[in-house]
Design a protein around this ligand. Structure first.
Ligand SMILES: [Zn+2]
Length: 185
């Protein structure tokens, strides 16, 4: 969709979330008819909350202080959805916006939160892309011909479409692991 001159000016031709000037697009901040300028990377993650990459959104510690209510709303929702991270909870504690903007931010959150199925470890802790986990029981890896031993640490995991499965590298092989047999480190 075409980005209006007004939006381009307000955003200085940059993604209003991460500051990138690549592949800009607009994103509607539901349920209001207001838009912000976002890069494609931010946009695709906003549209698929299961794929949120906390490392990409470290920028929120600056974005959250934006004076644009629509940007505050998106920043708040992102932080809210990534509460599995210590730093996001700290930022949420500091978050400041007026009551109307808060209502706007929360308008879609409950529903979105119900829609998101988080990937959780054996203790119910939310797993995010890039986390490290320990395997809590010996797992036979079908097709790979080895057993992933209990106690093995798997670094830099990737999430899959299925919240019950993650991907990680064990014995140099990329395999799918069941999240219920993992513990976040
Ligand atoms: Zn961006």
């Amino acid at each position: 969709m075409k980005i209006s001159d007004e939006l381009l000016q307000r955003s200085s031709n940059k993604c209003e979330i991460c500051g990138s000037d690549q592949d800009l697009d607009i994103y509607k901040v539901e349920p209001k008819d207001q838009y912000i300028v976002v890069c494609n990377n931010c946009k695709s993650q906003l549209e698929n909350p299961n794929t949120l990459d906390p490392n990409h959104f470290r920028c929120l510690n600056e974005t959250m202080w934006s004076e644009v209510p629509a940007v505050q709303v998106v920043a708040y929702r992102l932080l809210f959805q990534m509460q599995g991270e210590d730093w996001t909870r700290e930022l949420l504690d500091m978050f400041y916006f007026d009551d109307d903007t808060k209502k706007w931010a929360e308008a879609t959150l409950q529903q979105e939160n119900d829609d998101i199925t988080h990937t959780k470890d054996s203790n119910g802790a939310i797993l995010n892309k890039g986390d490290s986990v320990t395997i809590i029981k010996d797992l036979e890896v079908k097709g790979a011909g080895f057993t992933a031993k209990r106690g093995t640490v798997v670094k830099n995991i990737a999430l899959t479409d299925n919240p019950e499965q993650i991907e990680g590298r064990v014995n140099g092989t990329r395999i799918v692991l069941l999240s219920k047999f993992l513990k976040k480190v």
